[in-house]
Design a protein around this ligand. Structure first.
Ligand code: UDP
Length: 364
C-alpha cells in the first residue's frame, strides 16, 4: 500500500525525511516545489533523498489563491491516478493545505504531522491553514502536550489525535555532521566555538516591512560578536528591493546553507536569533539559547527556558547582548519539549495501521 507524502518547503522536507525513510518503498513523495530556488530545495535533495520537484510545480501562479488552486488540482490528479492508501501533509504551508483539500476531495484518509500548533494570530495565513488541515485530518499527530490540548479545545475527537512528539529531533540527529565536519564549517566562516551569533529571518512580518527589516539588520550589525545570517531568498530579495545598505559591522549575510552545515553552525553558536519555527525546535535539541523575533508564536514551549520571544525594535541589540553575557547555565540538562526522537516511528506505525485497516476493509 502506498502512502503519499506531500512536501513543498525546506522545513517540510527536513521534518518528513525520517518518516519517508521508515516507509521505504511504500512512500510516494510528491514535491510541489513551493520552495523552488536551488538554494532552498535543491540542496536538500542529496542529503534527504527527496525527489526533484514535480514537473507541474514549474507553473508559478502569481497569487496565493491561484497557487492553492493550482496545487490542489495537481495533487488531486496525482491522488486520483495513483490511489495511495493514505495522504500525509506537514505543518501549515500552502502545499500542506492543498494536499489536505486534494485528499479530502479524492476521498482519501489524511494524516497531519505537526498538528495542533496555534498562534491565535488570525493575521497569519499559516494559522488558518493549520486549523483547516486539523479539522480535515483523520489523524492529527500532535508534537507536544500543548498542541494536543489545542486540538481537544477545538472539539477534535480524541480518537483522531495522537501525541507523537516532533520528528525534528530524529531529523536533526540523522543530519548532524561529524565533529570534523562541524570544525571545518566553522573554520570556513572564520568562526570559533561559542564566539558568534547565528541569525535567520524570513517571516513576512519582519522582512516585508522595510522599517522592521532595516531595524533588525542594523541591530544585528551592532552586536559585540560576529553575526552570520544565511539569507532566505525572500529576505535577500527584500533587501535588494528596499535598497538597504550592506552591513559594515558584525553582520555578514551568506547564501542559505545545506542542512548539515547549518546544524554545524547552530550547534556552536553562542546565541541564535531567528523568526524560524524549526530552528526554535532545533535550539532545544542542540541546547543553544534562542531569541525569537515574532509578533506571536505557535511554539510557546521555549519561553523562559531555552529562550525568549521579542519583537523587532531598537531594544534587540541590548536584549541579545544581555543573553550573550548571561548564558543560561543549565540548558544542557533540560530535555527538549519537542520529543524523545521516536515521533517518526510512532507516526509510521499509525500509517501502517491505517493502511492495513483499509486493505482489510477492501478484501472483506
Ligand atoms: N535551515 C537550513 N539552512 C539554512 C537555514 C535554515 O537548512 O540556511 C533549516 C533549519 O535548520 C530548519 C529549517 O531550515 O530545520 C527551518 O526552515 P525555515 O526557517 O525556512 O522555516 P520554518 O521552520 O520557519 O517554517
Amino acid at each position: 500500500m502506498t502512502v503519499a507524502v506531500v512536501v513543498g518547503t525546506r522545513p517540510e522536507a527536513i521534518k518528513l525525511a525520517p518518516i519517508v525513510e521508515l516507509l521505504g518503498s511504500r512512500a510516494l513523495v510528491i514535491h510541489t516545489g513551493q520552495h523552488y530556488s536551488a538554494s532552498m530545495s535543491g540542496t536538500l535533495t542529496p542529503h534527504l533523498g527527496l525527489p526533484a520537484p514535480s514537473p507541474w510545480s514549474a507553473a508559478r501562479p502569481a497569487t496565493r489563491s491561484a497557487q492553492l488552486g493550482h496545487l490542489t488540482a495537481a495533487l488531486g490528479h496525482v491522488f486520483t491516478s495513483r490511489r495511495p492508501a493514505v495522504v500525509v501533509v506537514h505543518g501549515d504551508t500552502t502545499s500542506a493545505l492543498a494536499g489536505a483539500l486534494a485528499a479530502n476531495t479524492a476521498g482519501l484518509p489524511l494524516v497531519h504531522v505537526e498538528a495542533g500548533l496555534r498562534s491565535f494570530d488570525r493575521t497569519m495565513p499559516e494559522e488558518h491553514h493549520r486549523v483547516l488541515i486539523d479539522h480535515l485530518a483523520d489523524l492529527c499527530c500532535a508534537p507536544t502536550p500543548t498542541a494536543h490540548e489545542n486540538l481537544l479545545a477545538e472539539r477534535i475527537p480524541p480518537d483522531r489525535i495522537q501525541l507523537t512528539g516532533n520528528t525534528i529531533v530524529e531529523a536533526l540527529e540523522a543530519a548532524l555532521p561529524s565533529a570534523e565536519h562541524q570544525a571545518r564549517t566553522l573554520a570556513h566562516f572564520g568562526l570559533v566555538n561559542d564566539g558568534y551569533v547565528l541569525a535567520t529571518f524570513h517571516r513576512p512580518e519582519n522582512v516585508d516591512q522595510p522599517d522592521n527589516l532595516s531595524t533588525i539588520l542594523a541591530q544585528l550589525d551592532s552586536l559585540p560578536s560576529p553575526v552570520l545570517l544565511p539569507a532566505h531568498p525572500r529576505t535577500r530579495s527584500r533587501i535588494d528591493n528596499y535598497g538597504l545598505h550592506e552591513p559594515t559591522g558584525a553582520l555578514r549575510l551568506v547564501e542559505p546553507l545545506d542542512y548539515p552545515d547549518f546544524l554545524a553552525l547552530a550547534c556552536h553558536a553562542a546565541l541564535i536569533i531567528s523568526d524560524s519555527g524549526g530552528i526554535q525546535e532545533e535550539a532545544t535539541v542542540l541546547k543553544r539559547p534562542i531569541l525569537v523575533v515574532r509578533r506571536s508564536t505557535e511554539r510557546p514551549e521555549i519561553e523562559g527556558t531555552f529562550g525568549q520571544r521579542t519583537t523587532p525594535g531598537p531594544h534587540l541589540a541590548s536584549l541579545a547582548t544581555h543573553w550573550l553575557s548571561n548564558r543560561p547555565r543549565k540548558l544542557a540538562e533540560l530535555a527538549s519539549p519537542y520529543g524523545d526522537g521516536r515521533a517518526s516511528r510512532r507516526i509510521a506505525h499509525s500509517l501502517d495501521a491505517m493502511a492495513n485497516e483499509i486493505t482489510t476493509a477492501k478484501t472483506a
